[in-house]
Design a protein around this ligand. Structure first.
Ligand SMILES: Cc1cc2nc3c(=O)[nH]c(=O)nc-3n(C[C@H](O)[C@H](O)[C@H](O)COP(=O)(O)OP(=O)(O)OC[C@H]3O[C@@H](n4cnc5c(N)ncnc54)[C@H](O)[C@@H]3O)c2cc1C
Length: 312
């Protein structure tokens, strides 16, 4: 961190929101810091004010409320993967949380931070000198997307595993700014733009995630990565079959935002897969090739449909 940076640790949510309002685009909320700090060390995050929200215990609750589970944004990924209510009602969310990062990182990494972790690309998540040597890409003030061979749009990957599971389960985010609280369907939290992937203004705090309990829904989560103990996702899929035969499919790791498809269980499966492939803007910005990841979309979706009993 540069010596001119200011680290702020508000004791209340009201104080945090006041600071966020005061510093606007110059501030960065920090929770577990497992995404913010590597980005700062690489020079990709230069906000001069860090607002540490880790003392705000009101963001830590995890409880069953009526017919929902409410998960405070400071709940760690380890807590999400071990919680009895989540394991009972949303085992695929526990699996997704448990698949992210490493056991040590999951002890600090929070759910809110995972939902807002920065998009990734092999041409972006590099040291300053490396990025300078290859010529800066669009996401760090360059002119072109290097991964796509010169495109004028950024194709950095959206990599949150918990977002894949939560969106397919119809979760929504309870967010708050200095102006007041509001709710946002989780998929609406994302723009699909690689440079500015989040649809909320700087300083907005996610308070909690609400998950409606629907006992007859079933979700299958799958993930592709090189080393199961460490690497970011190269493709995550989450497919939820609801009681009314609606199918919600979410793909992460293959587009600048989550790819969401709302289908019916009796729709033609090859057509569903063709639509998923068409919507996923995959470029060669991962350790696996574009062609392999496209093929794995087909494999994961077919396996998920079979496990849900809607494909023989
Ligand atoms: C080696 C490694 C491997 C990883 N592998 C995976 C993986 O496979 N899958 C995966 O999904 N993730 C992976 N991650 C990402 C990891 O899960 C995230 O770093 C972590 O979840 C972020 O949580 P945090 O609390 O540390 O967030 P921070 O680093 O503190 O913050 C991350 C972002 O979220 C914002 N933020 C945090 N909390 C809030 C809040 N309550 N309200 C508003 N904004 C907030 C911050 O401003 C920042 O922009 C990996 C990380 C590492 C370092």
């Amino acid at each position: 961190m540069a010596s001119t940076d200011t680290y702020l640790m508000p004791a209340t949510l009201a104080d945090a929101l006041k600071l966020a309002d005061e510093y606007g685009g110059n501030c960065r909320i920090i929770a577990g810091g497992t995404d913010v700090m590597p980005n700062r060390f690489q020079g990709n995050d230069t906000a001069p004010y860090l607002i540490d929200i880790s003392r705000l215990n009101e963001l830590r609750k995890l409880e069953k409320k009526d017919s929902s589970i409410v998960i405070g944004s400071l709940t760690t990924l380890e807590e999400v993967s071990n919680n009895a209510e989540i394991l009972k009602y949303f085992p695929a969310l526990a699996e997704a949380a448990n698949s992210a990062a490493t056991p040590v990182i999951r002890k600090s990494a929070t759910l809110g931070g995972n939902l807002l972790c920065e998009n990734r690309c092999i041409f972006y998540n590099q040291s300053e000198w490396w990025r300078e040597a290859v010529g800066y890409c669009l996401k760090c003030n360059g002119d072109i997307c290097i991964a796509s061979g010169g495109n004028k749009r950024c194709f950095s990957k959206f990599v949150s595993d918990t977002a894949a599971a939560l969106i397919s389960m119809d979760a929504y985010a309870e967010i708050i700014t200095h102006e007041g609280p509001s709710n946002l369907k989780l998929e609406d939290l994302y723009t699909g733009d690689g440079i500015q992937p989040r649809n909320i203004k700087a300083g907005t705090v996610i308070k909690a995630i609400h998950l409606p309990i629907n006992n007859s829904s079933r979700t299958v989560f799958k993930k592709l990565r090189l080393r199961k103990s460490l690497d970011f996702t190269s493709l995550s899929t989450s497919v939820t079959l609801k009681s009314d035969s609606l199918l919600k499919i979410v793909l992460c790791g293959v587009d600048p935002g989550p790819v969401v498809l709302n289908k019916r269980a009796d729709d033609n499966k090859d057509d569903i897969i063709a639509t998923a492939l068409k919507k996923s803007r995959i470029v060669d910005n991962d350790v696996f090739s574009r062609g392999y990841r496209r093929e794995m979309i087909r494999v994961f979706l077919r396996r998920s449909f079979t496990e849900l009993g809607i494909l023989k």
